[in-house]
Design a protein around this ligand. Structure first.
Ligand SMILES: Cc1cc2nc3c(=O)[nH]c(=O)nc-3n(C[C@H](O)[C@H](O)[C@H](O)COP(=O)(O)OP(=O)(O)OC[C@H]3O[C@@H](n4cnc5c(N)ncnc54)[C@H](O)[C@@H]3O)c2cc1C
Length: 366
């Protein structure tokens, strides 16, 4: 670790690594990524759409990504707005299939691409806080191990926790209280249905929705999403209640049969935007800038795209053109408004439970 960097990126998930790679591609090499984990713990978010390929190409890592051989995702089945299963495949997409990622392996792969370009990336290293002082490298970062380093520009890529932006008194504007609880199964324990293996299965219920997706390593993830209050009232964080509710689903239950999940994980899944998402000398990328309902399957795509766009703005800022930071900030706002409109449109497709609070809350204008 050096004492001075042009850019410090806090968080080595998809958004942070994409920012670092894109900065290196623009010739900004004096950067450091600080990552709190060693990429071994489970991570959430597995499906990425076919157009992710464009972003891998922009980052210059498409062939390396292809060589990783993540499982193809051919589309999705959904019972949404009707008891019957609809089918949305990628067959006619000119960019081909999407992917079901092994998330930990994918994030580790991105970190390795940063290192391959000569970028510094410290694992198991936690950002604690920062202060600003009169100095050519005015941002002083203190790590949890008390070490101190300095930079000219800092990027918050810490996901929904947004630990850096909060230090600049930025506020998270939250649109809903969505929480997701996931159970993991051995694929061998479920009733194998060939047709579901490369597809995501989505099922709306009166209190929220469930999805099922195959993961690498012969695993299947089944997730329920609803408002925090409903999750609490139905006790969906307890294995028994979760399993009971899952067995009442029409389409997911017959695939899972009687096998119990190995463990349950709870995830915050609310839609939110950081206010502001960028200012002079700092910006947010990925979930710390704005977080989307997982039903969109857009979180990783957005994280990579933010990283590419942020790098252009940071490079300009380092070259004394501050205007691009404003443009980046506005772009985050516009894309969030766009997302809210799409989200309302999507939830409006489900009209079977007009008295359900969960659906009512999501069906008005954004
Ligand atoms: C239930 C659920 C299902 C989802 N499904 C999908 C899906 O199918 N497809 C999709 O595209 N998206 C999905 N998402 C969203 C997706 O997971 C996120 O959008 C994506 O991970 C955002 O990437 P990121 O890099 O911004 O943040 P993260 O992936 O959260 O990465 C943040 C990084 O910062 C590090 N960090 C945090 N704090 C510190 C600190 N103090 N010091 C150092 N490092 C720190 C973390 O260790 C982590 O590596 C889903 C989300 C949920 C909740």
């Amino acid at each position: 670790m050096k004492p001075l960097y042009d850019v410090i990126i806090v968080g080595g998930g998809p958004a942070g690594c994409a920012t670092a790679i894109a900065l290196h591609n623009l010739g900004v090499n004096n950067t450091l990524v600080i990552e709190g984990s060693d990429y071994t713990a489970p991570r959430i978010g597995e499906s990425i759409p076919p157009n992710s390929r464009e972003l891998f190409e922009k980052l210059g890592i498409w062939s390396a990504f292809s060589a990783q051989k993540h499982a193809p995702c051919l589309g999705s089945y959904s019972s949404w707005g009707s008891d019957k299963l609809g089918f949305n495949d990628y067959l006619f997409n000119p960019q081909g299939n999407g992917w079901h990622l092994n998330r930990s392996a994918f994030d580790k792969f991105l970190a390795m691409q940063v290192e391959k370009l000569g970028g510094a990336l410290l694992k198991n290293t936690h950002f604690a806080n920062l202060s600003q002082e009169q100095h050519p490298y005015p941002i002083k970062v203190t790590l949890r191990n008390k070490a101190q380093i300095r930079c000219r520009f800092i990027v918050d890529a810490t996901g929904r926790s947004a630990k850096v932006a909060r230090q600049f008194n930025a506020k998270v504007r939250v649109e809903d209280q969505l929480v997701a609880v996931s159970g993991y199964f051995e694929a061998d324990d479920i009733i194998a249905k060939e047709s579901y293996q490369q597809m995501t299965l989505l099922e709306a219920v009166d209190y929220g929705w469930w999805y099922l997706a195959h993961l690498p390593n012969n695993k299947v993830i089944v997730t329920v999403a609803s408002d925090a209050a409903v999750i609490k009232q139905k006790q969906l964080k307890s294995t028994d209640a979760w399993q009971h509710a899952m067995h009442l689903t029409q389409h997911i239950s017959p695939i899972i049969a009687q096998a119990p999940p190995s463990n349950l994980h709870t995830w915050i899944a609310q839609s939110a935007i950081m206010d502001p998402p960028a200012a002079q000398c700092w910006l947010t990328v990925g979930d710390s800038a704005s977080s989307f309902d997982p039903i969109s399957s857009q979180g990783i795509y957005k994280a990579l795209n933010n990283g590419i766009e942020a790098a252009t703005a940071i490079k300009a800022w380092l070259d004394n053109n501050a205007q691009e930071i404003n443009q980046y900030r506005n772009a985050i706002g516009h894309s969030f408004i766009n997302y809210l409109e799409q989200k309302a449109f999507f939830y409006n497709q489900e009209q079977r439970w007009p008295d359900s609070e969960f659906w009512q809350k999501r069906q008005g204008p954004p």
